[in-house]
Design a protein around this ligand. Structure first.
Ligand code: NAP
Length: 305
């Protein structure tokens, strides 16, 4: 029986692994896909101390290398499906009917991009509609693209796309951006970026590939067509809560309710990083959660003896 199974290998999971190793806990990191988490799809990270500018992919590699240097075992391509309470801990069910036993569970599964929900969105996913500018931006070199959203991701995506695209139109549903001031200043300095305020995407049109979008001004109701080959959706994230919201209390957004010590309302189960209720979802806050969670898990394990 492990002391802890860490589910997810983003910054929260990898930081937890480093701390678990230092605490000499027995543990494993279980990862559904490739290790790294959401930062694998982040172009530049310039707010993680010690790294003035680094790509998300490179930072993820460093996190992984650090965790592995401490002796972390990472199992990739494993899908944790369910958990059952057993004597002294939990039985985790994975990949159908396989099981592993652990005294505690640390959920560090992060979050995923939210969809717009407009007509045409599903039809054109992978055919002009994208949720990852850094992954797909190169396909739109010299083309006109739309970015939807007003947060840091949308603004970063617009800045990134403006390097190669002919034009970038940022469509935001309000008249001010919630993104950080330095990003907004940079965005506004770019000659091929236009911001369309108070507007939503009503419909995405195309013929095999995206060709245009129908925008609606939410204040006037006015509808306008705009030519675009790509629609980059950056309207926030939803938690990857494993479908466990009925077993572990969550907030209205589906994020596990847990304080800074990452303890959920189910004893022995902890949540760290973007999947936890919190006000600031950043690499640094996720990594901090990983450390806090293991600190609390050590105490919890001692209390159980
Ligand atoms: P976010 O901050 O939640 O922003 C989502 C944006 O999408 C908001 O502007 C929101 O509008 C808009 N929106 C939501 N639903 C919409 C809909 N149905 N239709 C149109 N627009 C919609 O999400 P995020 O930008 O992905 O960032 C997530 C977290 O990661 C944040 O804490 C962010 O600071 C952080 N982050 C940080 C960095 C960095 O520091 N380098 C980079 C990326 C992300 P409203 O403003 O009207 O709500």
């Amino acid at each position: 029986m492990y002391d802890v199974v860490i589910i997810g290998s983003g910054p929260a999971g990898m930081a937890a692994a480093v701390y678990a190793a230092r605490a000499e806990l027995t543990f494993v990191v279980a990862e559904k896909d490739m290790s790294g988490g959401q930062i694998l799809e982040t172009s530049d990270i310039d707010n993680y101390p010690g790294f003035p500018s680094i790509s998300g992919f490179d930072l993820a590699e460093k996190f992984r290398a650090h965790a592995e240097a401490c002796g972390t075992e990472i199992i990739e391509n494993i899908t944790i499906e369910d958990f059952r309470k057993i004597d002294g801990g939990f039985e985790l069910v994975f990949d159908g009917n396989k099981t592993m036993e652990t005294k505690t569970i640390l959920i560090a599964t992060g979050a995923k991009p939210r969809r717009l929900g407009c007509a045409g969105e599903e039809e054109f996913v992978g055919a002009g509609v994208s949720y990852c500018a850094t992954c797909d931006g190169a396909f739109f070199k010299g083309r006109d693209v739309i970015v939807v959203g007003g947060g840091n991701t949308a603004v970063e995506d617009a800045i990134f796309l403006a390097r190669g695209c002919k034009s970038v139109t940022l469509v935001h549903r309000r008249d001010s951006l919630r993104a950080s001031r330095n990003l907004v200043t940079k965005l506004k300095s770019l000659p091929n970026v236009e911001i369309v305020w108070d507007s939503t995407v009503e419909r995405i049109y195309g013929n095999g590939m995206v060709e245009s979008v129908l925008l609606k001004n939410v204040k006037t109701g006015e509808l306008t067509d705009r030519k675009a080959s790509g629609v980059f959706v950056a309207v926030g994230t939803k938690p990857s809560n494993l479908g466990w919201q009925d077993k572990i209390p969550c907030d209205e957004g589906g994020y596990f309710i847990a304080g800074e010590n990452c303890e959920t309302q189910v004893p022995g189960i902890f949540a760290a990083g973007d999947v936890r209720t919190k006000s600031l979802r950043q690499v640094i806050t996720a990594a901090a959660d990983g450390a806090n969670a293991i600190y609390r898990i050590e105490q919890y394990l001692a209390e159980q003896q």
